[in-house]
Design a protein around this ligand. Structure first.
Ligand SMILES: [Zn+2]
Length: 234
């Protein structure tokens, strides 16, 4: 009888221990599930520079460009030069420390009267900065997927409120120069956006189209040169 009671007691202790073990496992599982629910899906977080999904790779590239550009942002920004979409290649990005700059950078240095010569990228960027000029893009990152002109136009329009806020509150340039033909349909929005700066356009009230096939031949670069030659006195 006593033996039977001890056996029953041992069995009940075993059941309680097993229950506690299972309860603990369930609690850990519940915590893990809860954690998974609270962890946001990276594909749902949007990049603050372009509005595309902020995957780790996308964010790393964005932060790198931001670091390069911030180094050469003038304290008193005289002329904000605004492109449409940041170049696909990091080395083609204007503020990249790579000496072999891409098309957009080459055109801009020429338009700013900066002889590329044997100067390092740092020297060129410093000269650009001393002129009070800064380059930004409506979409601060390249588009992740190939897009039609129509889709690029929609992406640009979607970013305008954020860009306007950045111009008004942070960049505060004295004047704004648009340098991409693809921004032409948005000119009225820039003109009426109360940006607190002068909007400078090319002949015919169009952007300075540095993104066309041969902007030098069409005189765009020399006309932009005339604009950027104005001293950056405030
Ligand atoms: Zn981005």
């Amino acid at each position: 009888m006593v033996l039977a009671r001890e056996a029953a007691l041992r069995h009940s202790r075993f059941v309680i221990a097993a229950f506690r073990k299972n309860a603990s496992r369930c609690a850990r599982l519940s915590a893990a599930l809860h954690f998974q629910v609270l962890m946001p899906d990276p594909s749902l977080i949007l990049c603050d520079g372009c509005g595309q999904p902020a995957t780790p790779q996308h964010t790393a590239r964005r932060l790198q460009r931001l670091e390069w550009a911030t180094r050469y942002r003038p304290i008193h920004l005289h002329t904000l030069v605004l492109g449409a979409v940041s170049p696909e290649s990091q080395t083609d990005y204007f503020y990249s420390p790579d000496e072999a700059h891409g098309r957009e950078a080459a055109h801009l240095f020429t338009a700013a009267g900066i002889d590329r010569g044997n100067k390092t990228a740092d020297v060129r960027h410093s000269e650009f900065q001393r002129r009070g000029i800064f380059l930004a893009h409506v979409l601060e990152c390249p588009l992740e997927a190939p897009s039609s002109l129509e889709l690029i136009g929609s992406a640009l329009i979607a970013r305008l409120p954020a860009v306007f806020t950045r111009i008004r509150r942070s960049l505060k340039p004295r004047r704004l120069v648009l340098i991409a033909a693809v921004l032409a349909p948005l000119i009225d929005l820039f003109a009426t956006g109360q940006l607190g700066c002068e909007l400078v356009l090319d002949d015919g009230g169009r952007p300075f189209a540095l993104d066309i096939a041969n902007p030098a031949a069409s005189g765009v670069i020399s006309r932009l040169q005339d604009v950027l030659a104005v001293p950056a006195a405030r």
